[in-house]
Design a protein around this ligand. Structure first.
Ligand code: FAD
Length: 306
């Protein structure tokens, strides 16, 4: 994130329109600032993305990043209620009283949040250069420089665990009444997409390997992983399953952050800040709170008085 401009309304560029960047964008806008977001993705999602894939019965889709989230902080709870009123989120009581999902897909939340902003999709930013009146974003890596040693140090300390995820589509409902599995053999999480509120269409399951299995299979071919996790799903559901009509594997190399116990970082002299789940913890709520934390640090900075 970078700020530039006069003494009242400031202009901010936010790199990354995931939940943390959008949380910060919303709070900065409420403070009276002007915000533009840049995201390398083709559309809304980040790690709350929903993947479309082809099957012989037509295109379908399933959440393939975050599967659900909890809301425990009062401010985040009130934000989630706004999403619910907008039709972008719903309770998923199958999991717990405080479990939520995006509706009709997880990325609907990011779509909802980003709709009010100037978001430049397909815009990968590789670095920043300091100009006399603020910052320039750089799309080519050779021009980058490091301006804040502590931010760089923290970023280098950030640790992520990978997650192999496979989406399977079927032309018939799977036998049994299991709706989700947690921590079963190689499986960290598996769930029936149609068990989530707002989903329609053909039967499909999302299977996510646990972190140690994903690490051990990091460089395995995607089709091998899809076969192995299908066998794991059969074991987890306790019966042979019909062959999937389509499958879509994806390796998340940087899925779950370890968190560094910091809300966000803001350098008032540079007008440069960072937020994200990598600072706070591997959850949607943490990403949102980190974005709020950064906006609060900016509001408390008398150089950026709006
Ligand atoms: C497989 C998986 C399962 C998960 N399960 C859960 C769960 O069940 N519950 C839960 O609460 N959380 C879960 N999480 C974690 C949750 O998704 C993240 O904590 C949260 O989405 C982080 O939000 P963020 O905005 O910090 O980062 P991101 O969502 O990663 O957003 C960062 C954005 O920045 C963009 N970007 C990155 N680099 C650049 C660049 N150079 N230039 C421009 N744009 C860039 C990306 O395209 C992305 O849109 C899961 C994550 C994964 C991957």
């Amino acid at each position: 994130m970078q700020g530039s401009g006069g003494t009242k309304t400031q202009s901010f560029a936010i790199v990354g329109a995931g939940i943390s960047g959008l949380s910060c964008a919303k709070a900065l806008t409420a403070q009276g600032h002007k915000v533009t977001l840049f995201d390398k993705g083709r559309g809304p999602g980040g790690r709350m993305s929903t993947r479309r894939f082809d099957t012989p019965l037509g295109e379908t889709m399933a959440d393939h990043g975050a599967q659900y989230f909890t809301a425990r902080d009062p401010d985040f709870q009130s934000e989630v209620l706004d999403w619910e009123r907008a039709g972008a989120a719903a309770h998923w009581p199958v999991i717990s009283d405080d479990a939520w999902v995006g509706t009709p897909t997880m990325n609907a939340i990011i779509r909802h949040l980003s709709s009010g902003f100037d978001v430049r999709w397909n815009s990968r930013i590789d670095g920043l250069t300091k100009a006399s009146q603020g910052w320039s974003l750089v799309g080519a890596a050779e021009d980058t420089a490091h301006y804040d040693f502590e931010m760089v140090r923290r970023a280098m300390l950030a640790r992520f665990q990978p997650c192999w995820t496979v989406l399977y589509a079927f032309d018939t409902p799977l036998p049994g009444d299991t709706l989700f599995l947690r921590d079963y053999g190689a499986i960290g999480w598996a769930s029936r997409e149609l068990a989530k509120p707002g989903r329609t269409g053909m039967e499909r399951w999302v299977v996510q390997a646990n972190a140690s299995w994903s690490t051990a299979h990091l460089n395995s071919p995607a089709e091998t992983v899809a076969d192995l996790l299908f066998t794991a799903l059969e074991e987890g559901l306790g019966s042979p399953l019909p062959k999937p009509i389509a499958q879509s594997p994806h390796r998340w190399r940087y899925a779950m952050s370890a968190g560094l116990g910091a809300g966000s970082m803001w350098n008032p002299a540079l007008g440069l800040g960072v937020c994200g789940d990598w600072l706070l913890g591997p959850r949607i709520e943490s990403g949102w709170l980190s974005g709020q934390h950064l906006a609060q640090s900016i509001a408390a900075d008398d150089r950026v008085a709006a």
